[in-house]
Ligand binder design. Sequence first.
Ligand SMILES: [Zn+2]
Length: 84
Amino acid sequence: MNDTSQHKGYACCFCGLPIDPDPPDVATLTYATCLGQAKHLQHEQEFYCHTVCLESKLHPQAKIYAAFLATNPSSETEDTADDE
Ligand SMILES: [Zn+2]
């Protein structure tokens, strides 16, 4: 094993590369089975990914608003009156 893991072992589930902890990363995806069905059929699994890798896989209509909020924290407080 190499001891170059300054990333706590987070590797992207899309590209396989380590994920640097720069906003909005480290990003996670939660996969859940059988939503709307019996509890005993429901299971969850968490994956780690680069936000850019996830964005590259999503349909253009699927916007990652959480990533925008993570990189623009002031946008949550309606502090943007200087647009024009
Ligand atoms: Zn990646």
